[in-house]
Design a protein around this ligand. Sequence first.
Ligand code: AIR
Ligand code: ASP
Length: 264
Amino acid sequence: MDFNKPRYTPMNRRRRIYEGKAKVLFEGPEPGTLIQHFKDDATAFNAKKHEVIDGKGVLNNRISEFVFQHLNDIGVPTHFIRRLNMREQLIREVEIIPLEVVVRNVAAGSLAKRLGLEEGTQLPRSIIEFYYKNDKLDDPMVSEEHITAFGWATPQEIDDIMALAIRVNDFLSGLFLGVGIRLVDFKIECGRLWEGDMMRIVVADEISPDSCRLWDMKSAEKLDKDRFRKDLGGLIEAYTEVARRLGILAETDGVPMGGPRLVQ
Ligand code: AIR
Ligand code: ASP
């Protein structure tokens, strides 16, 4: 398959496969591919809170591309093929496993609340948790017992998912440490990628400030979606800062008026 030959279909004529809260999936140019489109919508508390934040999709597309391309480069399998434009990327079609896989290094969010830990406490080791993806149920936390009993994933698949989650955590922790950002926690989703009769588990969805908690190492300022969840304001400025530190936006680019300017 030649993924470098562009064969775009105008957006309104493309078949829409799935619309989520922050992304839309369209049919891709080749069998087994999809186009992942990043919207500007921000939701929290499973869509009970909703706003459109101009430019968020563009930033997440670019930050997620950066992370997924690096994961591919170090041999962590993902669904990502390449970015197509400001809001879209070409991905491999996978069968999404209905779990949110959360890795935590520092106590925050629902863990701090559940166990009465002070936010910011370093955890004794990285902790992996599973949540069942179901908005109506508010994504309840589940154990491996639930996952295997209800057939969401097999024990072997859970092992593969955990191994991927640890590799992603090691990569992301180092990446952000290098630019003065503390990776507090993050969420990934995994999918089954079929290649003939063979199946492997790959990282899917997105990895962006929507799905990670990122704190500035010096000031502890939040550079992630908690700015929206907690009504702190300055979300675009924070995401722009993350992109700038990763070298995605030129140093000279300030907070954009008509959307961020991207460096090719
Ligand atoms: N997360 C969970 N569901 C959706 C997302 N984005 C991410 C949060 C946070 C981590 O998972 O962004 O980085 C843990 O979230 P919480 O709310 O369980 O503490
Ligand atoms: N993404 C989920 C929602 O839309 C949860 C969250 O990020 O807070 O509500």
